[in-house]
Design a protein around this ligand. Structure first.
Ligand code: PMV
Length: 347
C-alpha cells in the first residue's frame, strides 16, 4: 500500500442496447435484463493522475474535458465516488486529476455516460491493481463493470465486448444484476463486424435525463408487461443470434426501440423524444428495405438520434443510401460510422 503518485489511462467505448434497460430499483439494479453491442469508434479516453491527498477526510479531484477545467462535472463524479468508496476504500487517500476526451463531437446528442463512466471506473481499478498486484483479469473486469454500473447503469456493458448482457435472466445463466457478462451462446457470422451508423438528427440537450426516465417506470401502467417482455425478447434473441436470421433480428430490435419510446409517451409526465426527422428517417429506412430487400434496421436510445444497424456484407449499398437519402435529415448532415467492438483498452 505504498504507492504515492502516478498515472493510469483507459479508453472505453459506448454501447448500443438491442433489448433496452429502462427502469431501475435502488442501487442501480435494473428492472429487466438488457443486451448490447459494444461499439468500436465512439469512445472516451481518460487519464487519471493521482498523488497523496493532504487532507484525507474529503474527496479531492478535478475534472478536465479536452483540457478545459469542468467544475460542473464535479457533482456527478462526487456522487459516483461516494457510491463506490466502500468498494475502493483508498479513494480519499489520493488527490486526483481526471482528464477526459471523447472521440465523438461534443453535444452531438450521443450519450457519453457509458463510455465516460466505464473509462473512469477502469482507471480506478488500475489504481487498485497497483495496490493489489495479484488481482486476476477476470476479477478486474467484473469489478470494473460493477463500479461502472454505479456511475451509469448502461456503462457496465462497455467494459468488454462484443455482445454483453446485464440483468439476471434465465437465457444467460451467468447473468447478474450487478455487472455485465459476455453473451455466452452461439453467434452467427452475419453479426461479425455488424455496422452501426449513428444519424445525428438532434444534437440538443437531452429533454429527459435517464435518471428521470428510469424513475418514470415506477408506477407506470405498463411496467409489469414491459419488464416481462424484455425477458421474452432476450430469450427470443438467442435463436436469432445463433441462426443469423436478420429479418427476425430487425423485427426484434425495432420493436424494442419503439417500445422504449412508447414507455416514455405513456408515462406521467409523458415525453416525445423523437423529432420529425426521426420519423422521416424511419419511414425511409422501411421503404428502402422493402424496395431492396437489404437488411437495414434501426434502434433508438432515449433521444431523437437513429442508430442504423446492418451487416458488413451490405455496407456499400446501405452507406450510399445513408449518404444520399438520410444525411439530409441530420443536423449539418452529420452521422458517425461505427461498428461492433471488443471493449475497453488500457493505454
Ligand atoms: O445508463 P443510463 O442510466 O443512462 O440508461 C440508458 C438507457 C438506454 O440507453 C435508453 C437503454 C440502454 O439499455 O442503454
Amino acid at each position: 500500500n505504498q504507492i504515492s503518485e502516478g498515472q493510469v489511462s483507459w479508453e472505453s467505448p459506448s454501447n448500443i442496447a438491442l433489448v433496452k434497460y429502462w427502469g431501475k430499483k435502488k442501487h442501480q439494479i435494473p428492472e429487466n435484463p438488457s443486451i448490447s453491442f459494444t461499439l468500436n469508434h465512439c469512445k472516451t479516453t481518460t487519464v487519471l493522475s493521482y498523488a497523496k491527498n493532504e487532507d484525507p477526510s474529503a474527496f479531492n479531484f478535478e475534472v478536465y474535458l479536452d483540457g478545459e477545467h469542468k467544475p460542473d462535472f464535479q457533482p456527478k463524479i462526487k456522487t459516483f465516488f461516494e457510491r463506490v468508496e466502500i468498494y475502493l476504500p483508498f479513494l480519499k487517500q489520493f488527490q486526483f486529476k481526471i482528464e477526459t476526451s471523447n472521440s465523438f463531437p461534443h453535444s452531438s446528442g450521443i450519450a457519453s455516460s457509458a463510455s465516460g463512466m466505464s473509462a473512469l471506473a477502469l482507471c480506478l481499478m488500475s489504481l487498485e491493481k497497483e495496490l493489489q498486484p495479484e488481482m486476476t483479469t477476470a476479477f478486474f473486469n467484473k469489478k470494473a463493470s460493477f463500479l461502472s454500473r454505479l456511475g451509469s447503469g448502461s456503462a457496465c456493458r462497455s467494459v468488454e465486448g462484443d455482445i454483453i448482457v446485464w440483468g439476471e435472466n434465465t437465457t444467460v445463466e451467468a447473468s447478474s444484476d450487478l455487472f455485465g457478462v459476455k453473451y455466452p451462446h452461439a453467434v452467427h457470422d452475419n453479426f461479425k463486424n455488424y455496422q452501426d451508423t449513428i444519424l445525428l438528427v438532434d444534437k440538443g440537450e437531452k429533454q429527459v435525463s435517464s435518471t428521470v426516465g428510469h424513475n418514470l417506470m415506477h408506477g407506470h401502467p405498463f411496467a409489469t408487461q414491459r419488464f416481462a417482455q424484455a425477458h421474452d425478447n432476450l430469450a427470443n434473441l438467442k435463436p436469432i443470434l445463433a441462426s443469423g436470421n436478420l429479418d427476425d433480428f430487425i423485427s426484434l430490435i425495432e420493436s424494442e426501440a419503439l417500445t422504449l419510446h412508447a414507455m416514455m409517451m405513456t408515462s406521467m409526465p409523458y415525453f416525445i423524444l423523437m423529432k420529425p426527422n426521426t420519423l422521416e428517417v424511419i419511414n425511409k429506412i422501411w421503404a428502402f428495405r422493402k424496395d431492396t430487400g437489404l437488411h437495414i434496421g434501426f434502434t433508438l436510445d432515449a433521444g431523437a438520434n437513429v442508430h442504423v444497424l446492418y451487416p458488413k456484407a451490405e455496407a456499400n449499398a446501405i452507406l450510399d443510401f445513408i449518404k444520399n437519402e438520410l444525411a439530409s435529415h441530420c443536423q449539418n448532415g452529420q452521422y458517425i460510422c461505427d461498428e461492433i467492438g471488443f471493449g475497453a483498452k488500457a493505454l
